[in-house]
Design a protein. Structure first.
Length: 99
């Protein structure tokens, strides 16, 4: 029996750029901080987890997230919209079955 290993998917340009900026945080100008905030939601959870586990990035990532918590939060209206659609679909299906 042989074991095969698969190479991990290449990191996206957004992830590479995010990591480059996080390495220099907090010594960034306002434009670079805005870029970090814009890139943050596009970083895959696995990549963010790897950065959190990386000793040279974890403290800076935590500081960035702490310092810019308000800008990084998902708006409540967006969350309500995401939850409303499945709930309406279930309610519609249940009403359809009762008819």
């Amino acid at each position: 029996m042989s074991t095969s290993f698969h190479q991990a998917a290449p990191r996206s340009e957004a992830t590479v750029r995010f990591e480059t900026l996080i390495e220099r945080y907090p010594a960034l100008d306002e434009r670079e901080i805005d870029e970090l905030i814009e890139l943050s939601p596009r970083i895959k959870m696995i990549d963010r987890s790897l950065m959190t586990a990386d000793a040279r990035l974890s403290g800076k990532l935590a500081a960035f997230e702490r310092d810019h918590r308000r800008q990084l939060r998902t708006p409540v209206l967006e969350l309500v919209g995401l939850l409303a659609f499945p709930l309406l679909a279930v309610a519609f299906a249940m009403a359809w079955m009762l008819v």
